[in-house]
Design a binder for this molecule. Structure first.
Ligand code: ACO
Length: 323
């Protein structure tokens, strides 16, 4: 059977680091409050000329180099983002153009913080359906541009960046020992839309708008939703938390990550954490964390890796794969 195997990975961060001390000068907050509630110590903020597509291109080029393939060998680009360059064309098409690719096809996926998980599940279906052989799956965001920098309850949480993987069609025997994506579980429930949303858009206000969030409400639902989809992924594959080598969660908040891992019985040594360095980069956080843990040798070929995320909508989901 066809399996979607990760052949390469890459990441990109803006040049400018913004520490919690830097944020103390912008809104009434403290490093201690931010670290205690979220685990975040710093984040990267896009400067002039740095855009979702420029960061996405940089991450894509790193992933292509890591995979040892040329841009023109890619036949599909999927970009997960909620901060596109423009309403249209899709940021994926902008990145395709930046990479000098004029063949194949490209589109965006919008599922906020769950975007990368949605994009991986989508890419896997295109590969297994035979419509694509090599897919660039990118998570890229410039959330700093939709933050209300006078709202201390949200502006301290987010950062900018991009990560990418190259997924390639390979052969498997239909076993959990196969390399590649083993299962995906996606969920959404729009009845929660008022808890985390952007208060603008082309068909409502005609403005870009700002991110609004009822943090406590999001927190209340996060752990339960995350653990549900992870348990479904274990059940679908006949695996358990003991079989897992790495949990690579969406990096929203240290307390949500720790709470989910504890509930599932996954020891903290198996959890990849980058939220302290990157903040919450929405759809970019998982591929950024994957790139960090693969580059430093933690994630190795053959490891069983669980990706999970929950975000605006609400949307949530998990992808279980063998690296
Ligand atoms: N600095 C200092 N004080 C602050 C700040 C800040 N940046 N922000 C809020 N406060 C104050 C509040 O005004 C409040 O003060 P009060 O008690 O005098 O009214 C107090 O701190 C407590 O505020 P809460 O909102 O209740 O704080 P809470 O403990 O819930 O922490 C947080 C807030 C970190 C946002 C938390 O609710 C959370 O982690 N929620 C999850 C949301 C999340 O991570 N979303 C990311 C996007 S969604 C996703 O990716 C899954």
């Amino acid at each position: 059977m066809i399996r979607s195997i990760i052949r390469g990975y890459g990441a990109a961060l803006p040049k400018r680091v913004m520490t919690n001390q830097d944020i103390e000068a912008i809104v009434e907050t403290t490093d201690e409050w931010i670290v205690q509630r979220t685990g975040i110590k710093q984040r990267y903020i896009a400067g002039e000329g740095e855009t979702t597509s420029s960061l996405g291109e940089q991450a894509a080029r790193a992933a292509l180099e890591n995979a040892g393939i040329k841009p023109e060998e890619i036949d599909l680009i999927i970009v997960a983002t909620s901060t596109p360059d423009n309403t249209f064309p899709a940021t994926a098409v902008n990145i395709q153009n930046r990479l000098g690719i004029t063949s194949g096809f490209a589109f965006d996926v919008q599922a906020v913080c769950s975007g990368f998980v949605y994009a991986m599940a989508t890419a896997d279906l295109y590969i297994r359906g035979g419509m694509a052989k090599r897919v660039l799956v990118i998570g890229a965001e410039t959330f700093s541009r939709i933050l209300d920098w006078t709202d201390r309850t949200t502006c301290v949480l987010f950062g900018d960046g991009a990560g990418a993987v190259v997924l390639e069609a390979g052969e498997g025997e239909g076993k959990t020992s196969d390399r590649g994506v083993l299962t995906s579980n996606l969920r959404s429930d729009g009845s929660h839309k008022d808890k985390l949303y952007v208060d603008g858009g082309p068909s409502t206000t005609g403005t870009v708008g700002h991110l609004r969030m009822e943090g406590r409400e999001v927190f209340k639902h996060a752990v339960g939703m995350i653990t549900d989809v992870i348990e479904a992924a274990f059940e679908a594959t006949g695996t358990t938390a003991d079989d897992l080598d790495w949990l690579v969660p969406h990096q929203a908040n240290r307390r949500i990550i720790d709470g989910s891992a504890k509930k599932l019985g996954i020891p903290s040594e198996k959890v990849v954490i980058t939220v302290d360095q990157h903040g919450n980069t929405s759809a970019a956080s998982i591929p950024l964390a994957l790139a960090v843990a693969a580059a430093d040798g933690r994630i190795k070929k053959g490891d069983l890796v669980m990706l999970e995320a929950m975000g605006g909508g609400f949307t949530w989901g998990a992808v279980l794969l063998r690296w």
